[in-house]
Design a protein around this ligand. Structure first.
Ligand code: 5GP
Ligand code: MN
Length: 343
C-alpha cells in the first residue's frame, strides 16, 4: 500500500464511520479471524463496525470473540443489506474478486457507492477497491491486518480480542506455522500477539481439538477412499453426499482432510472431491508441494484458483465425471509433477 493511500485511509478513519467488513463465502479461520480482528479494532476506535459474512462458517471458529455479532447475508438478509446500505466504507478481507462472496451478495456489493478497502493475499486482485493492500507472499490476511495496523502506527491498540483473532487466522492459514509462507516475521508477529494476550494453547485446542465423533468417522472414510497414483506423485480423495450424510456432516467437517494425501511420502499433489447435492456442484480442494501451481491448475481446468500451493475449484458435473476429467488431464503434468519438489 502506498504511503499516500495510508494517509488517506488514516484520514478517513479519523472520524467515526459506519463500516462493514466482509470475508469470502464459506469463510475459513483466516477470513473470519481477519474480519473479527478488524471489527474489534474499528469499534475500539469509535466506529460502528459490522461483519457481514456471505454465509455460515464452521463451529470450530464460533468461539472467536465477536462471533455472535456476525451477520450472515443469506440468513439475515434484511439486517445485512441495511448495514451495507448505511456503510461509508467496506473492508473486503481475504478475497480478490467480488464474485467470491456468491452472486446474491455480489449484486448488493456492486451497488455500493462508498469506498472499498481490500486486504488480501490471493493472486490477481480485481480492480474494485479504492484502497488495495495486496501481497501474495504473505501467509495470511491476518498477518496483513497486523501490518495494516503497523502502517497506521497503531499496533499498540491491539488488545486480547484482536490478538486472539489474528493469531487464529495466521495459525489456520499456515497449517500451524509449517507452510513455506511462514517467515521469521510471522513468528515475530505471533510472539507479539501472545504478549498482547492471545492464549496460544487454548486457541490450538479450540480449533483443532474440538472434533465430533462423526467428524473423525468421516475422516476415517475419507482415508479409506484415498487413491494414490504413484507414477504421477498424486493422491486424491472422494466423498459422496451419501457418505457425508452417513456421518452427520456439519460445515467444516471436511476442512483439512485434503492435506492427508499430501502427507504421503513422494506425493506432491493432493486433491479432494466433495459432492454437494444442495448446490449441485462438486467442491474441489487442491494442495501441492513445491513448484507445481495448483492455482494455475484450478484456474485452467476447474473454475477456481487460490494460491500456488493451496487452491480450490468446482464443477457442475457428477462426481464420477469430475474424477474422470481430473484423471484425463493429469498425465499432461507428469513432467511438472516429477520436478515439483525435492526433499
Ligand atoms: P480451500 O481448498 O481450502 O477451499 O481453498 C484453498 C485456497 O484457495 C483458499 O485460500 C481459498 O480462498 C482459495 N480458493 C478456494 N476456492 C477458490 C476459487 O474458486 N477461486 C479462487 N480464486 N480461490 C479459491
Ligand atoms: Mn487466507
Amino acid at each position: 500500500m502506498k504511503k499516500s493511500d495510508i494517509s488517506e485511509v488514516s484520514a478517513l478513519l479519523a472520524t467515526p464511520q459506519n463500516i462493514v467488513i466482509v470475508p469470502h463465502k464459506n469463510p475459513d479461520g483466516d477470513a473470519i479471524g481477519a474480519c473479527l480482528a478488524m471489527y474489534h479494532y474499528l469499534n475500539l476506535k469509535g466506529h460502528k463496525a459490522t461483519v457481514v459474512s456471505p454465509n455460515d462458517y464452521p463451529n470450530f471458529l464460533k468461539w472467536l470473540p465477536g462471533s455472535k455479532e456476525v451477520y450472515k447475508f443469506d440468513m439475515q438478509n434484511r439486517q445485512s443489506k441495511k448495514a451495507i446500505d448505511e456503510a461509508a466504507i467496506i473492508f473486503l478481507l481475504d478475497f480478490n474478486a467480488l464474485h467470491r462472496v456468491g452472486s446474491d451478495m455480489e449484486n448488493t456489493l456492486k451497488d455500493f457507492k462508498g469506498d472499498f478497502i481490500m486486504i488480501d493475499h490471493h493472486q490477481e486482485p480485481e480492480a474494485v477497491a479504492k484502497f488495495l493492500f495486496s501481497d501474495t507472499s504473505i501467509c495470511s490476511t491476518c498477518q496483513m491486518v497486523y501490518h495494516f495496523l503497523e502502517m497506521l502506527e497503531d499496533e499498540d491498540s491491539i488488545n486480547k480480542e484482536i490478538a486472539t483473532c489474528l493469531y487464529t487466522g495466521i495459525m489456520t492459514d499456515t497449517g500451524s506455522f509449517r507452510f513455506p509462507s511462514t517467515t521469521s516475521t510471522t513468528h515475530q508477529i505471533i510472539a507479539n500477539l501472545i504478549d498482547k494476550g492471545a492464549d496460544n494453547a487454548k486457541i490450538h485446542n479450540n480449533v483443532y481439538d474440538t472434533n465430533s465423533y462423526g467428524r473423525l468417522q468421516l475422516l476415517g472414510r475419507a482415508l479409506s477412499n484415498l487413491v494414490v497414483i504413484d507414477q504421477l506423485k498424486t493422491a486424491y480423495i472422494t466423498l459422496t453426499q451419501d457418505e457425508l450424510n452417513e456421518f452427520s456432516f456439519q460445515k467444516g467437517d471436511t476442512e483439512g482432510i485434503v492435506n492427508y494425501g499430501l502427507s504421503l511420502d513422494e506425493i506432491v499433489f493432493a486433491a479432494i472431491f466433495i459432492e454437494d447435492t444442495d448446490q449441485q456442484i462438486i467442491k474441489i480442494s487442491f494442495r501441492s508441494k513445491g513448484s507445481f501451481s495448483v492455482n494455475k491448475f484450478a484456474r485452467e481446468h476447474f473454475n477456481g484458483g487460490g494460491h500456488d500451493n493451496a487452491a480450490g475449484g468446482r464443477t457442475e458435473i457428477s462426481l464420477d465425471a469430475t474424477v474422470s476429467k481430473f484423471l484425463s488431464i493429469l498425465p499432461n503434468y507428469q513432467h511438472e509433477l516429477y520436478n515439483s519438489y525435492e526433499k
